[in-house]
Design a protein around this ligand. Structure first.
Ligand SMILES: NC(=O)c1ccc[n+]([C@@H]2O[C@H](COP(=O)([O-])OP(=O)(O)OC[C@H]3O[C@@H](n4cnc5c(N)ncnc54)[C@H](OP(=O)(O)O)[C@@H]3O)[C@@H](O)[C@H]2O)c1
Length: 287
């Protein structure tokens, strides 16, 4: 049976993609923090598609111990992974840090996914055709205005400024695209042609994502947002379309999309990759 892991699969875009993958016959591992919410999504999938196979697996993507423990469990139970949907992400209205001292959005959105991909690489390589789909955002353009590596190596001090938070959110989404660039290079260097990898922007989506935005912003923005189903369309396309032969890049509405200058930068791609390996104590990525 084909196996898919969807981080942030218990709500919003990830929930729609989890349902679709389960409907298409994948065994779907839905990974997120809230067990009650996750179990109810699994129950709904099974009620709607009685032959579907899905389960909830608890993980906080900002906790590297959590990510390692989940990957150990997965490696003990499965010998391949066919779809890795790196979708978990959030906006925090105040600066928070994880146990390693990384700013929370960056930790959950980039570092946790980098670590998860490293840990699960042998299972991805064991698939005859695997795909990795990373949810980024048009907000990655905002990351351009920061001195990217400097703000990572010297995290900002406690502050609750909404503008700063938005910059940091944009930075985490820029990291998503740089990670995809790095994976393309990694697969090329390793001579692996069985794994495709994509970043994409889902559009502005009416989901729980906006729960930490000020009410005023939500009221103004909400009428312009699309449904969760529309938001998940490109993610599902990149994960499942049998005719898609491309790899890499940042996509939107099923097509390659503009990347900011920083998102195309080879030096930034390299610097972030090396920083992530160093900070996570990874000697050789993927092994
Ligand atoms: N909505 C938009 O307009 C929009 C636009 C561009 C990009 N995006 C991106 O799209 C992705 C999905 O967003 P969405 O709109 O579907 O949001 P959502 O409805 O809030 O869903 C987010 C999912 O991620 C999980 N999650 C959040 N923090 C986590 C953590 N630390 N560890 C593990 N799981 C975590 C949530 O479950 P738990 O809370 O239970 O952990 C939930 O399943 C995110 O990466 C977001 O940045 C969204």
């Amino acid at each position: 049976m084909k196996v898919a892991l969807v981080t942030g699969g218990s709500a919003g875009i990830g929930k729609i993609t989890s349902r679709e993958l389960a409907k298409q016959g994948y065994h779907v591992l839905i990974a997120a923090r809230d067990q009650v919410k996750g179990d109810s999504v699994v129950a709904q999938i099974k009620a709607d598609f009685p032959d579907a196979s899905a389960e909830f697996v608890a993980v906080d993507m900002s906790s590297y111990d959590d990510v390692r423990a989940l990957c150990e469990d997965i490696k003990a139970r499965f010998d391949h992974i066919d779809r890795l949907i790196l979708n978990a992400g959030l906006f925090t209205s105040r600066i928070r840090k994880n146990e390693a001292g990384h700013e929370y959005m960056f930790a959950a959105t980039h570092m946790g996914h980098f670590l998860m991909t490293h840990e699960l690489m042998p299972l991805l390589k064991a698939s005859d055709n695997a795909r990795i789909v990373v949810t980024s955002s048009v907000a990655h353009w905002v990351g351009n205005v920061l001195n990217f590596m400097d703000t990572i190596e010297n995290p900002p001090k406690g502050d609750k400024g909404m503008l700063k938070q938005f910059l940091l959110y944009g930075r985490s989404k820029l990291a998503n695209i740089l990670f995809v660039n790095g994976l393309v290079k990694y697969f090329k260097d390793e001579g692996v042609d069985t794994i495709q990898v994509f970043a994409y922007h889902p559009g502005g989506v009416k989901s729980e994502f906006y729960r930490q935005f000020p009410d005023m912003v939500t009221k103004v923005v909400f009428p312009f947002l699309v449904s969760e189903e529309k938001g998940a369309d490109t993610q599902i396309y990149l994960a499942t379309d049998p005719n898609l032969k491309a790899t890499g890049g940042h996509w939107c509405r099923r097509n390659p999309d503009f990347r900011s200058p920083s998102a195309k930068s080879e030096p930034l791609t390299k610097q972030l990759w090396e920083y992530s390996e160093r900070a996570l104590g990874i000697d050789r990525f993927g092994s």
